[in-house]
Design a binder for this molecule. Structure first.
Ligand code: URA
Length: 234
C-alpha cells in the first residue's frame, strides 16, 4: 500500500493533509524520514507520524442499543444519527446492517465489512430478526397462524415470508421475521387491523442485544459473535 494511503487509513487525515505531513518530514519508516507519498508500505514496517506509531484500522463490528429519537442514516436535518453516538476513529467508514425506524429501539449492528452485513440484510440469507412488539388492540391467538402463513402488505407482490409470533400478553408479542421490508413489522400489524405502539429489536440472527448496554451505549462484537453471523447461524 502507498504511504499516503496508509496514513489516511490509520489516522483521520485526508490524502492532502497526509502529503503535507510527509513533505514536512513528520513521517518515519523504521526510524528513517520518508517524504515520498508513493513509498510502498509492507506489513513488517514500523511507521510513525510525529513519533506516534500508526497502525491500520481493521474491519470493525459493533452492536449498539439504539435509543428512541436517533435515526439510522448518515445525515439528517431533524434527528441525531446513530453513527454520531460512536466516539471512534473514522465513523464515516461504517454502515448500519439493517436499519430501525427513528421510534424503534434496540439492537443495531454496525460495521465496515460489506460482505458481513450482506449476511444480515440480504433477503436470500433469511436472517431472523426478533422484535418485542406492543400493540394498541388486544392480540388474538389466530394471528399466530396468520403470520406463519404470511400477510399481504400494501404495494408488495406476494405474501410476507412465514414469521413466528409468540404472544406474551394481551398487548405484547415477540415477532421474528426473516426479511426486512420497509416498516415491515408496523405494516404487518397494520395489515391485520392493529397498530404498533412500541417496537424494540432484541435479536438479529445469532446475536442478542447485550443486556448490559443502556440505550445509546455500544460495544465491539466478540470474535465468536462476528463468526456466528458469518456462518449464517440463527
Ligand atoms: N419494522 C418496522 O416497522 N420498523 C422497524 O424499525 C423495524 C422493523
Amino acid at each position: 500500500m502507498r504511504l499516503d494511503k496508509f496514513i489516511c487509513e490509520s489516522t483521520s487525515l485526508t490524502r492532502s493533509l497526509a502529503k503535507k505531513a510527509l513533505h514536512r518530514g513528520e513521517v518515519c519508516c523504521n526510524g528513517e524520514v520518508v517524504k515520498d507519498s508513493s513509498f510502498k508500505v509492507t506489513p513488517d514496517m514500523h511507521i510513525t507520524l510525529d513519533g506516534e506509531t500508526l497502525s491500520l484500522i481493521g474491519l470493525r463490528y459493533l452492536m449498539m442499543h439504539k435509543p428512541e429519537g436517533i435515526i439510522c442514516s448518515t445525515q439528517d436535518e431533524e434527528y441525531q444519527c446513530v453513527l454520531s453516538l460512536l466516539d471512534i476513529e473514522k465513523p464515516e467508514l461504517l454502515h448500519i446492517a439493517g436499519r430501525l425506524d427513528v421510534d424503534t429501539t434496540g439492537l443495531v449492528l454496525i460495521t465496515d465489512d460489506g460482505q458481513w452485513s450482506h449476511q444480515i440484510t440480504s433477503p436470500k440469507k433469511a436472517c431472523g430478526k426478533r422484535y418485542r412488539v406492543t400493540v394498541a388492540d388486544p392480540l388474538s391467538p389466530e394471528l399466530v397462524a396468520q403470520f406463519a402463513q404470511g400477510v399481504q402488505l400494501n404495494g408488495e407482490d406476494g405474501l410476507t415470508r412465514p414469521a413466528k409470533l409468540e404472544i406474551q400478553s394481551s398487548h405484547e408479542a415477540l415477532l421474528t421475521i426473516m426479511e426486512g421490508k420497509y416498516h415491515q413489522v408496523k405494516r404487518m400489524f397494520g395489515a391485520v387491523g392493529n397498530k404498533v405502539v412500541g417496537l424494540h429489536r432484541e435479536a438479529v440472527g445469532p446475536l442478542e442485544l447485550d443486556a448490559d448496554l443502556q440505550p445509546g451505549e455500544w460495544r465491539y462484537l466478540t470474535d465468536a459473535e462476528v463468526e456466528a453471523v458469518r456462518q449464517g447461524r440463527s
